[in-house]
Design a binder for this molecule. Structure first.
Ligand SMILES: *Cc1c(COP(=O)(O)O)cnc(C)c1O
Length: 231
């Protein structure tokens, strides 16, 4: 356990250093939120991360959230972000267990989350996931549809529109992809000035995301190591 704690502390420190350097290069003096993506890793890692000062974690499978988050919930407050593709029939579980759903990419899911959140008496923070490549299988609304979906989310009483999110496409310069996301984020902010979040940047491309104005990074393997399924 202390070995794991040391490893996580070292890796977390290295990521913070990358973030600080990138923020300086981008001449940014605002803050960026580091969401540590703990998917496939045990609740014990989440607890260690929380003790190291991590405030936000990300998960991408509803089932794992159901198993892990109740264990974590006994500990000091953490903001839990859902970042994976979410089936409509898992909306109730998500509304109960997470604080933020970053991956809202269709009207039906937004409506399901809205009524689920209303039922459990919560207001869920939401970002609209934008697709930056041509493959609809990877999730996200097409950039042209983002504004309309953002309007719909903003009109849901139990959802709070916070901004946009995206994953960089494979095989493309991440900087130009994040530039397109930034343009979508700007359009959404014209109608919804409070929707300030731009969630972009993972272990391999966080510097590009910071350069393009990301407010939230989602970093997994650079902190936790390669995921068990990838070993
Ligand atoms: C797994 C995941 C991440 C973290 O990816 P790493 O490359 O391990 O940093 C970020 N965003 C989403 C949506 C993910 O599913």
């Amino acid at each position: 356990m202390t070995v794991r704690r040391d490893a996580l502390a070292t890796a977390l420190g290295a990521v913070h250093e990358r973030v600080d350097t990138a923020m300086r290069r981008a001449e940014r003096v605002d803050d960026v939120v580091l969401v540590v993506v703990t998917k496939y890793f045990p609740a014990s890692d989440v607890e260690v991360l929380a003790s190291l000062g991590v405030t936000d974690i990300g998960e991408n499978r509803a089932q794992e959230v159901g198993e892990k988050i109740p264990v974590v919930a006994a500990r000091p407050h953490l903001t839990v972000h859902f970042v994976g593709q979410l089936q409509t029939n898992k909306a109730t579980a998500a509304a109960r267990l997470v604080d933020v759903v970053q991956s809202v990419d269709r009207a039906r899911l937004a409506r399901a989350l809205d009524s689920a959140a209303a039922q459990v008496g919560r207001v869920l923070d939401v970002t609209v996931q934008v697709r930056l490549d041509a493959d609809p299988g990877r999730g996200g609304v097409a950039p042209e549809g983002a504004r309309e979906l953002a309007d719909l989310v903003a009109g849901c009483a139990s959802l709070r529109l916070r901004g946009v999110m995206a994953v960089a496409p494979l095989g493309e310069d991440p900087r130009s992809a994040f530039g397109r996301l930034r343009a979508v984020a700007d359009t959404v902010r014209e109608d919804h000035p409070d929707a300030e979040w731009m969630s972009a940047g993972m272990s391999g491309d966080l510097e590009y995301a910071i350069a393009e104005g990301a407010t939230h990074l989602r970093v997994g393997s650079a902190i936790l190591g390669s995921r068990p399924s990838q070993r």
